[in-house]
Design a protein around this ligand. Structure first.
Ligand SMILES: Cc1cc2nc3c(=O)[nH]c(=O)nc-3n(C[C@H](O)[C@H](O)[C@H](O)COP(=O)(O)O)c2cc1C
Length: 175
């Protein structure tokens, strides 16, 4: 039975996700995108992953960098999510960041947690990639409330305050 993209998106939007900004340094420039597909994969060895769309313009640059930092946004960072979900924007404008200890990938100021990784494997999966990273260093800020995305909205936001995601991403996104 064929699954219609609109139905797929609608049903899968019922699954709440975290909002993580995956960053890297490509040829001296910071790059990044917002993802809802960040996941913990393995403890021994320590592995995490995320799923960038094949259409992402930032992911090829992250792949070239060979490393990334996963920045877990807090409930106060909706504006950061929106900036990093806008393809072609000057995403780092007005943001403070520091290099992660091992890979130098950007750690954004005020995040709930950051995970500094080297890319270990890359798999194709439909119109997305599955990227696995080996964790090199990580830390969390105790007491920070994470930003949660559910039914195309940031939880805690007013009705109508939708993410820019729907406007900028192709249909049938799996997350
Ligand atoms: C909450 C949220 C979750 C998202 N999850 C993903 C994701 O898992 N993978 C992805 O490729 N894009 C995801 N996006 C969309 C990208 O952030 C968006 O397409 C962005 O414009 C890509 O930028 P780029 O072209 O610079 O790579 C998400 C956006 C939002 C707001």
């Amino acid at each position: 039975m064929a699954v219609e993209p609109a139905r797929f998106r609608d049903v899968l939007s019922a699954v709440p996700t975290s909002v993580v900004v995956v960053t890297a340094i490509d040829r001296g420039e910071p790059v990044g995108l917002a993802v809802g597909t960040f996941l913990s994969v393995s403890l021994d060895p320590p592995l995490v992953g995320f799923l960038p769309a094949a259409s992402s313009t930032s992911f090829p640059r992250i792949r070239d960098a060979g490393a990334f930092c996963a920045n877990v946004l807090t409930v106060n960072q909706q504006h950061v999510s929106k900036a990093f979900a806008t393809s072609g924007a000057d995403k780092f404008a007005g943001l403070s960041w520091r290099p992660a200890p091992v890979t130098g990938s950007p750690v954004l100021e005020g995040v709930a947690a950051w995970i500094d990784c080297r890319i270990s494997t890359l798999h194709e999966a439909g119109d997305h990639f599955i990227v696995i990273g080996e964790v090199a260093d990580l830390a969390a800020a105790p007491g920070e409330q994470p930003l949660v995305f559910h039914r195309s909205r940031y939880m805690g936001s007013a009705p109508g305050d939708q993410a820019s995601r729907g406007a900028v991403t192709p249909p049938a996104r799996p997350e």
